[in-house]
Design a protein around this ligand. Structure first.
Ligand code: OSB
Ligand code: MG
Length: 371
C-alpha cells in the first residue's frame, strides 16, 4: 500500500435524546474521523470511538488525537505495509490506546477492501447478507424506558437492552416484563455491582434475561467466574475484554458465557476477528457492541457482525437511533429487524462530506513522503 496522507477530523454532534447510565449522561458525542488516502486517490475511513471524558475506558478524544498524531501516524510513515493486519501488529509495540489504534487500523481495512474491489465483509470472511438488529434503552425513568421500548418494538428491533444499577434493577425489569413478557431482553450494568450484591443479581434470574452484561468491575475477572457459578442468567463481558488474551482467560476461567466484541475496545478489526474465531471454536456466543457511534464505525460494525460467530443481535441500531443526520450516505436503516450488509467495496457506505464539514471542530492532515 502506498499511503499519500492521513486526515483526522474531530467532529461533534448532539444526541437526539440524552443517554443515561449510572456513570453519567451523554448528550453530545465527539469522535475522530480518520481518512487514509492512497497515492491513487482512493480513501479508507475509520472512526476513533473514545468519548470526551474517560468514563467508559481510560481513553478520551484528546488522548486519541495525541496518540494518532504523535505516535501511530509517524509509525505508519516509517513502516510500509501491504495488509491491514500488519498495521495491527505494528501498533502492538505501543501499549493500550486501543480506540486510537482501531480508528487508524479500520481506515486501512476499508482502504484495503476498496483497493481489492471487495466489500469489507467479504475481506474479513463475513457470511451473512443481513444482520439482526438490537437497540439500547438508556432512559432516566421507568416511564420513558417503557415508551422507548414501545417505539423500538414498532421499528422492528429484535433485542432490547436496558441499563441497570443497584438502585434501579429489579423494579425496572419487573415492570418491563409486566408489559412485555416475551421480548428478547438483556441488562447492562457497566460495572455497577460488586460480589457483595450477589443476592440482588441472583434475583434477576426471575426475568428470563438473555444475559447480564458486565455486572462487576473491568478487572474482576475472577469475581465474574465466582458470580457466574451462582447465577442462572448468562454473564456477558464487555469492559473486561480488551484483548484476545482477555477473551481466552475469561473463557478458561468461566467468567462469562457470552462476549460483546467492540473493535474499538480491542484495538481494531484484526484483534476483533481473532477473538471471534476463538469464541466460534470454543462455542461461545458473541455479539457486536456499540459505542453511540457515527456512521463510519456503524458501517464497520455491520461488516464485523456479518462473521458467522455473531449469533446474537448486537447493539447495531439505525443511524436515526441517535442522530438527526448521520455522516454517511445512505444512512444505516433497520428493515423488519435487520440491517443489510453492503456488497459494494469497503465499508459500502459513502461519506456525507457536507455533514462532516458542518460538524468539524479540528482538522489535521499528515502528508507521507513516498520515495
Ligand atoms: O456498555 O455497551 C456499553 C454506549 C457507550 C459506551 C458503552 C456502552 C454503550 C451502549 C450503547 O450500551 C451501545 C450503542 O447502541 O451504541
Ligand atoms: Mg456494555
Amino acid at each position: 500500500m502506498k499511503i499519500a496522507n492521513v486526515k483526522l477530523r474531530v467532529i461533534s454532534m448532539p444526541l437526539k435524546s440524552p443517554f443515561h447510565t449510572h456513570l453519567g449522561t451523554v448528550t453530545e458525542r465527539e469522535g475522530i474521523i480518520v481518512e487514509v488516502t492512497e497515492s491513487n486517490g482512493v480513501s479508507g475511513f475509520g472512526e476513533g470511538v473514545a468519548f470526551s471524558t474517560p468514563w467508559y475506558t481510560e481513553e478520551t478524544v484528546k488522548t486519541s488525537l495525541h496518540i494518532l498524531s504523535d505516535i501511530l501516524i509517524p509509525m505508519l510513515m516509517k513502516n510500509s505495509i501491504e495488509h491491514p493486519k500488519e498495521a495491527s501488529i505494528l501498533f502492538k509495540s505501543i501499549r493500550r490506546n486501543h480506540m486510537a489504534k482501531a480508528g487508524l487500523e479500520m481506515a486501512i481495512w476499508d482502504l484495503y477492501a476498496k483497493m481489492n474491489a471487495k466489500s469489507l465483509s467479504t475481506v474479513i470472511g463475513g457470511t451473512r447478507a443481513k444482520i439482526a438488529s438490537g437497540v439500547v434503552v438508556a432512559a432516566d425513568s421507568l416511564s420513558s424506558s417503557l415508551n422507548q421500548i414501545e417505539k423500538y418494538l414498532d421499528e422492528g428491533y429484535q433485542r432490547f437492552k436496558i441499563k441497570i444499577n443497584p438502585r434501579e434493577d429489579y423494579r425496572l425489569l419487573a415492570e418491563i416484563r409486566r408489559h412485555y413478557p416475551e421480548i428478547p431482553l438483556m441488562a447492562d450494568a457497566n460495572s455497577a455491582y460488586t460480589l457483595k450484591d450477589v443476592e440482588r443479581l441472583k434475583a434477576l434470574d426471575d426475568f428470563n434475561l438473555l444475559m447480564i452484561e458486565q455486572p462487576l468491575a473491568s478487572d474482576d475477572i475472577i469475581e465474574h467466574a465466582l458470580l457466574q457459578k451462582k447465577l442462572q442468567t448468562s454473564i456477558c463481558l464487555d469492559e473486561s475484554i480488551i484483548s484476545f488474551e482477555d477473551a481466552k482467560n475469561a473463557i478458561e476461567l468461566g467468567s462469562c458465557k457470552i462476549i460483546n466484541i467492540k473493535a474499538g475496545r480491542v484495538g481494531g478489526l484484526y484483534e476483533a476477528k481473532r477473538i471471534h474465531d476463538y469464541c466460534l471454536d470454543k462455542g461461545i456466543d458473541v455479539w457486536c457492541g456499540g459505542m453511540i457511534e457515527f456512521g463510519v464505525s456503524r458501517a464497520h460494525n455491520i461488516a464485523l457482525a456479518s462473521l458467522p460467530g455473531f449469533t446474537i443481535p448486537g447493539d447495531i441500531s439505525a443511524s436515526n437511533r441517535f442522530w438527526e443526520e448521520d455522516i454517511i450516505s445512505p444512512e444505516v436503516t433497520v428493515e423488519k429487524g435487520y440491517v443489510s450488509v453492503p456488497t459494494s467495496p469497503g465499508i459500502g457506505f459513502g461519506i456525507n462530506e457536507k455533514r462532516i464539514r458542518e460538524l468539524t471542530q479540528v482538522e489535521k492532515t499528515f502528508k507521507f513522503e513516498n520515495k
